[in-house]
Design a protein around this ligand. Sequence first.
Ligand SMILES: [Zn+2]
Length: 340
Amino acid sequence: MKNRSSLNRRQVIAAATAFTAHSAISGVRAEQLLDSQIREKAQVAITFDLEMSRHYPKRGQTEWDYQKGNLDAATKQYSLEAGDIAAKRGISIHFFAVGRVLEQANIDWLKTLSKQGHAIGNHTYDHINVLAATAEQTQFRFQRAPWLVEGKSVHDVIRENIKMTQVALRKRAGIKQNGFRTPGGFYKALDEREDLQKLMLELGFQWISCKYPSHKSERTDTGVSTEVYADIVRAQQYAQPYRYPSGLIEIPMSPISDVTAFRSRFWKLPEFLKSIEMSVSWTIKEQAVFDFLCHPSCLVVEDPKHEALKLICDLVESASNRAEIVSLDKIAATVADKDS
Ligand SMILES: [Zn+2]
């Protein structure tokens, strides 16, 4: 990999610069293009955020906003099924767990996933918004019960919420956390928040998954338009990993997420699968990165037969040696390897 990087680096830079100069789309980062052009194989990650999602399993169910980690039985069963499907194909899923999950009576299912070789990352204890302006605004729970964060700064809450999850995973389940994903995705990532980049580094993370690029997603009575599908493929170039100036590595989430498609826009499953197929095909062609983002609490209702997971596995398998399914730490290692 290094040989290829150094041999072709000048040509790659020239190609990336030319592409940027002639691109009709502004704001393309040369560094992101370099990342994708140097990679030997496309890297596809399958990530499941272990939390309850509002409006699931039924519309109007919003109490989960306060109890994100109180997973219902169906969500846990779905996660186990996905873990089995992946394990039988010899691949691993990257899960991100909300720490309050570790308060539940039985967490054998989470231990099983870890023993199967799936990565388990940190998704904060309460599913907090790291960009909130005040401690209370970081979570609905703290708006209802402000005494829980009284006298604390936003940084205090973030630090405690992340550390508590790390400790809970280790003490209750014997799991060593693998990376961090922010609750919610932000199209500007932490680009303008050097303070938070430094906080993540201080907490021991070499990479995080925070960015979710903006894209069209509307659906009309006639379905999802060609224009919307094309815009989601266009957005993939903004979902490529990069390094912040602080040194922290960002691995964005790739659109379209399940909650954006199903919860916000009322997509149907075949439309979601079509968008995945187009985006993964682009990723394989460009030797880029695709970080599939979903929530078992949503997909257990919308995709009960795990068709999205199976489709991604099939697409990568049919690309043989041009693509691989990896966990996010492997994607981060590839970015770090390129820089070294
Ligand atoms: Zn989340």
